[in-house]
Design a binder for this molecule. Sequence first.
Ligand code: PLP
Length: 399
Amino acid sequence: SSWWAHVEPAQKDPILGVTEAYLADPTPHKVNVGVGAFRDDNGNPVVLQCVREAERRIVGKLNMEYLPMGGSHKMIDETLRLAYGENSEFIKDKRIAAIQALSGTGACRVFADFQKRFRPDSQIYIPVPTWANHHNIWRDAHVTQKTFHYYHPESRGLDFAAMIDDIKNAPNGSFFLLHACAHNPTGVDPTEEQWKEISNIFKVKGHFPFFDMAYQGFASGDPERDARAIRIFLEDGHAIGIAQSFAKNMGLYGQRVGCLSLVCEDEKRAVAVKSQLQQLARPMYSNPPVHGALLVSIILSDPHLKNLWLKEVKVMADRIIGMRTALRENLEKLGSSLSWEHITKQIGMFCYSGLTAEQVDRLTNEFHIYMTRNGRISMAGVTTKNVEYLANAIHEVTK
Ligand code: PLP
């Protein structure tokens, strides 16, 4: 007899399963547009030059001491400036409680636990659809989940009217999860005007906006522009929360470096909140890893390296934007009678193509093209070499 005889295999992760199937396919011309990580035009992972340079500066010099429980103060200071703005009053007034987090996922998870501990009866409103892990995170933190309308399948855009209705109909003082930019999986973001309207209604309703910002800079190529939604909410006086990640915009995926921050009413409260965030982290993982945090603080605090980073993040964003144009143009050149405008209208890593699960199955089975069955194409997997093949296959299955 076994202690674990009752344990059945967990459900496969829908995204990681795609990569497994791709790796098992011996076909040389196979294409992986499932993966949510940047690739260069040859399909290879990229380490940024600014990261390599920061690594060179610390090699052999780094001791392996623990970071403080809340993580690297320097990294947190730099990271907050990115999100809240160089001259943010909230930073000057020390009103932000922030801890280094295990990338974006870890930031969301500590926040969810904090929400459960200090607002035990609250719920979280999550957009439909959203990054699948959001459901897991708030489920494991035992926070009740509600949904709000977001994507409009017919227009392949934002269902703004339904979203506004849901925000208005939620009980006053509800918690909402918002994607700060480059919504995953749809690539559909509200416009600046729409964000302003959303912020106004949040104000009236007294809702709490929690921003998951996994793609700052990666969406438009400009971190300032990608922080626009957050700045609008700050200008309107919201006490927001933010989960930041350096996985995508600095290519530090496996380093697990990010930040969780909460705006408080004053410094005293921020100190209290930070101490509670640390208290949550302590029995989970004690303190965060040092290496990635050091790379981030070196890059962001050195004007030369920061400039290099800004250039490199723009190169990544531009490659993706360029592939959107190429994919759309190839489909139009093939004479597809469908509209593919949404490919270039959407932003960030993903294109929510509108392909059905059956069409995705055909792409995989007949053309060796791998992606999630919700029709999400990772634009990072598209290259000048495979874009024509991909367009042709999509055209074939959508005729
Ligand atoms: N949030 C969103 C919307 C994401 O798409 C991702 C990554 O795919 C994350 C958070 C978290 O990524 P990480 O934990 O690697 O920072």
